[in-house]
Design a protein around this ligand. Structure first.
Ligand code: ZN
Ligand code: ZN
Length: 279
């Protein structure tokens, strides 16, 4: 019924109990989990997980935080693996890619080059992008427009109303997760409440960005608590309340939005979508 559109299930935080985490997600009604890659070194890990768990699909890409040391050989490998993965129904897009101007020590020109080259791969194969956008809203959007990529998700969205509108105008969806469960995250809550319903998808970014109930309500303490895909269910209830709509209506809308953002999810409607509940 619910889809976690962004989860790093291959992270070491899940090494001890990964199967139980996927099972707990299903029990909570989270039957779809999108696993982005972060570097060529974990392409195999996300693919293996997606082929092992019926709930999981995967994307391939180089994360901005993994760009130091990455170069043309990594791009060549990405392109080759993307091409080879097109026949795999569990492969759904390019990600996690983007720009991070918050974390110190990342070379702006280098990460921008890798971002642009990955956008070109997305365009070449007509695939959506899963975007990491931190202190880089305008630059990420400008390159999307310039290269002509019009499908995907700006994940863990934390920009202004105007920046949100720009992504929506470009055809992208905005990912909301644990942050919206904190009273103090006023801007994110305002956006989650007021943006057009067809602009929103749900995510966790697990093991990061735990919701308020895992951190005793301490905003900024998310690093001390492990988030997991099952939490999408509680985040969804909070989002439905913020918007004053029924959770079932939110499930319908966010499923449709996830499929619009990631078209390859459509073939999993019977196992991941809200229609599953009736089955
Ligand atoms: Zn990210
Ligand atoms: Zn991520």
């Amino acid at each position: 019924m619910w889809v976690d559109t962004h989860c790093h299930l291959d992270a070491s935080e899940f090494d001890a109990d990964r199967d139980a985490v996927v099972k707990a997600a299903a029990q909570a009604g989270v039957h779809g989990i999108v696993l982005p890659a972060v570097a060529v070194s974990n392409f195999g890990a996300v693919r293996t997980l997606a082929q092992r768990h019926a709930a999981c699909v995967y994307a391939l890409g180089i994360h901005p935080l993994c760009t130091p040391g990455a170069g043309q050989a990594d791009l060549d490998r990405l392109r080759a693996e993307v091409q080879a993965s097109l026949v795999d129904p569990r492969f759904v897009g390019i990600g996690e890619i983007g720009l991070d101007f918050f974390v110190p020590g990342l070379e702006a020109d280098h990460q921008t080059w890798l971002y642009i080259e990955q956008l070109k791969i997305a365009r070449e194969f007509d695939l959506p992008v899963l975007l990491h956008v931190r202190r880089s809203q305008d630059q990420v959007a400008a390159q999307l427009r310039r290269i002509g990529v019009r499908q995907g998700i700006a994940h863990a969205f934390n920009g202004s109303e105007q920046q949100a509108a720009r992504f929506v105008d470009l055809g992208l969806k905005l990912g909301f997760g644990g942050n919206l469960t904190f009273e103090r995250a006023r801007q994110i809550r305002r956006l989650a409440a007021n943006l057009p319903l067809d602009a929103l998808v749900l995510e966790t970014d697990a093991p990061d960005i735990a919701p308020s109930w895992l951190t005793d309500g301490q905003f900024g303490e998310q690093r001390n608590a492990r988030n997991s895909p099952a939490e999408v269910a509680g985040i969804a209830v909070e989002l439905a309340a913020l918007r004053g709509i029924d959770p079932a209506a939110l499930a319908q809308a966010t499923w449709a939005n996830a499929v619009a953002a990631i078209p390859r999810l459509a073939r999993f409607a019977d196992t991941m979508g809200p229609g599953r509940a009736a089955a």
